[in-house]
Design a protein around this ligand. Structure first.
Ligand SMILES: Cc1cc2nc3c(=O)[nH]c(=O)nc-3n(C[C@H](O)[C@H](O)[C@H](O)COP(=O)(O)O)c2cc1C
Length: 190
């Protein structure tokens, strides 16, 4: 079982990074092969809507997104972590998500499995936000659920923590990191 972690925060060692690390540790403790990619270390241009993918299902923009597509294809479980930035996912995460439009084409235009095969895939979403307002996570959730649906990744749940702002604040939460570790275990056991 391969688990792909996708770190969407531009802040290294921040709150979503810490939660993602625990999820991946939990998955590894159950024997999964884990790999984390850090979007802010990659070169991923925004989608240009050039329609270059329409006939082939392959994005014409040559950058690190080809590697991300291939990691998504190899994975059985996907864990996407992004804090809330202006009520949505980070720019890094959104650029990666939009560049999955080529995979949308594979599924809906070319009638192919978007990730190359029909194996069962499941996805978990991790997010934190500094504030505590109603609907804090709704826009990000809608975006991530749309991504998973397009990629035929079953939505396996979420870890959402409001009121977490300073770097490392998540370590002061009574059991967030424990919840994350357990969620990683559950993700690969189910
Ligand atoms: C550009 C930017 C936009 C943000 N927008 C929001 C927001 O809309 N709502 C909110 O609750 N927190 C917002 N935050 C705060 C972050 O969600 C918060 O600091 C979070 O803990 C960062 O997680 P990280 O350490 O994983 O990067 C924003 C932070 C930044 C840098």
């Amino acid at each position: 079982m391969r688990v792909l972690g996708i770190a969407g925060s531009p802040r290294r060692g921040g709150n979503t990074d810490l939660l993602l690390n625990e999820v991946m540790k939990g998955a590894a403790s159950r024997g999964a092969e884990v790999k984390t990619i850090i979007l802010s270390h990659l070169k991923i241009a925004p989608c240009q809507h050039c329609d270059g993918c329409l006939e082939t299902g392959r994005c014409k923009v040559e950058d690190d997104m080809q590697m991300v597509h291939s990691e998504l294809m190899k994975a059985d479980r996907i864990v996407l972590a992004s804090p809330v930035h202006f009520m949505g996912v980070t720019a890094q995460a959104k650029a990666m998500i939009d560049r999955c439009q080529a995979l949308w084409v594979r599924k809906y235009v070319l009638k192919q499995p978007p990730l190359g095969d029909k194996r069962e895939r499941k996805g978990l979403f991790i997010s934190v936000g500094g504030r505590k307002v109603a609907n804090l996570f709704q826009p990000a959730l809608a975006t991530v659920k749309a991504l998973f649906k397009v990629l035929d990744i079953a939505y396996a749940g979420e870890l959402l923590f409001p009121g977490i702002d300073e770097k490392g604040a998540i370590t002061k939460h009574p059991d967030a990191l424990k919840q994350a570790f357990l969620a990683g275990q559950k993700l690969v056991e189910d």
